[in-house]
Write a protein that binds this ligand. Structure first.
Ligand SMILES: *Cc1c(COP(=O)(O)O)cnc(C)c1O
Length: 360
């Protein structure tokens, strides 16, 4: 089984090839049980081992202390847009948001639907979400400050997290989760849809601090309370067992094969700089974002006109380079360079970009 194409999909995205191989090899006989993982009870000791392993690897990779809990919740990152204000907005006070693009906008919308006192304290909408704002004041009474650490569609990323000045930070890290070390202490909650950096779609990993759990109101539906997932170790109902199994394998790969978050950050920096170098030294490729704000995970760029972009994408595909089309809301091109993308794949893309420019 050889890898056939270079997959730059934005999400669901490439998973580490050794992990895919391991899934294939063990699919019919999980851990010597004679059953597939997808036939195994979520209450069996074998699955318990998988779940515990995924939680413990997460704690080690992120350096979490006992104040933090690792939860698996269905509904992707989008359900978190709704659960966060529902569970964590304190009565009477505002909730603060920074708007850096589509996903932040959706998170803000869900808080407003619930009638929360939403204050957007900064936004980069004035310049088409092409930069990360640096000028804002956090409300002293805010329940939390929410921001999107990496803007998958616009190709911007917080290089340094906003200073919450004691107000708990909450971040949607879907598209750069586990791509670099973070200091988790200022965070009350971090969440990530799995399908960008850590696994299959349909599930979010949520890291939540003890004091946030104390805020959860009693009168919420059971499945929408963080305490339900914490008290039942994400096993209140049947969780997506296969997704958690794959996440565990990806985390094992990250910890044991790559070596951890410092190591993957170096690789991610190297990959992004290979492409930004081409863009910075080109007459036909133009980055779409402020240089100081650009993302290591999603490199967005344009070509001189739509026709040339279409030709670029078609020829890229013919050359085995897939998933380079920009999000439908913004157009252009985007190379998503999540953890599983190898330097080899990026080198191929860079060679193709140079060749395309020469022949144009
Ligand atoms: C992909 C993405 C989402 C949406 O995730 P779902 O799992 O589809 O809900 C949310 N936020 C960011 C930053 C994303 O990249």
């Amino acid at each position: 089984m050889e890898k056939k194409v270079h997959n730059f999909n934005p999400g669901p995205a490439a998973l580490p090839f050794p992990v895919l191989k391991e899934i294939k090899e063990n699919f019919l006989n999980f851990s010597g049980s004679g059953m597939s993982i997808v036939e195994t009870s979520h209450r069996s000791p074998l699955f318990d081992e998988v779940l515990n392993d995924a939680v413990n690897r997460t704690k080690r990779l992120l350096g979490l202390d006992e104040n933090y809990h690792v939860l698996f919740i269905q509904g992707g990152a989008s359900l978190q847009f709704c659960m966060i204000p529902m569970n964590l907005a304190l009565p009477g006070g505002p909730v603060n948001y920074i708007n850096t693009g589509t996903w932040s906008t959706k998170a803000i919308k869900e808080a407003r639907i619930q009638g929360k006192d939403v204050k957007v304290i900064a936004s980069s909408e004035d310049k088409d979400f092409s930069y990360i704002p640096s000028d804002f004041t956090v409300d002293r009474q805010a329940s939390y400050l929410h921001f999107t650490s990496n803007n998958t569609i616009r190709g911007t990323q917080w290089q340094e997290f906003p200073n919450g000045e004691g107000i708990p930070l909450i971040s949607d890290m879907s598209s750069d989760f586990m791509s670099r070390p973070i200091d988790v202490k200022p965070f009350g909650l971090v969440y990530a849809g799995a399908q960008k950096n850590i696994g299959p779609s349909g599930i979010a990993m949520v890291i939540i601090r003890d004091d946030m759990l104390e805020r959860v109101p009693d009168n919420l539906p059971t499945m929408l309370k963080y305490t339900t997932y914490k008290d039942n170790r994400s096993l209140f109902n049947t969780p997506p067992t296969f997704a958690i199994y794959v996440i565990d394998l990806v985390l094992k790969w990250l910890e044991e094969t790559i070596g951890g978050l410092k190591e993957i950050e170096q690789i991610n920096k190297q990959k992004a700089s290979l492409i930004y170098d081409v863009i910075d030294n080109s007459d036909i490729y133009h980055g779409t974002t402020d240089v100081k704000s650009r993302s290591l995970m999603n490199v967005t760029f344009r070509l001189p006109d739509k026709k040339t972009e279409e030709r670029f994408l078609a020829e890229a595909t013919q050359n085995g380079l897939h998933g380079l089309k920009g999000h439908k809301s913004v157009g252009g091109c985007r190379a998503s360079l999540y953890n599983a993308i190898t330097i080899d794949s990026v080198t191929e893309l860079v060679a193709f970009m140079r060749e395309f420019e020469e022949e144009l």
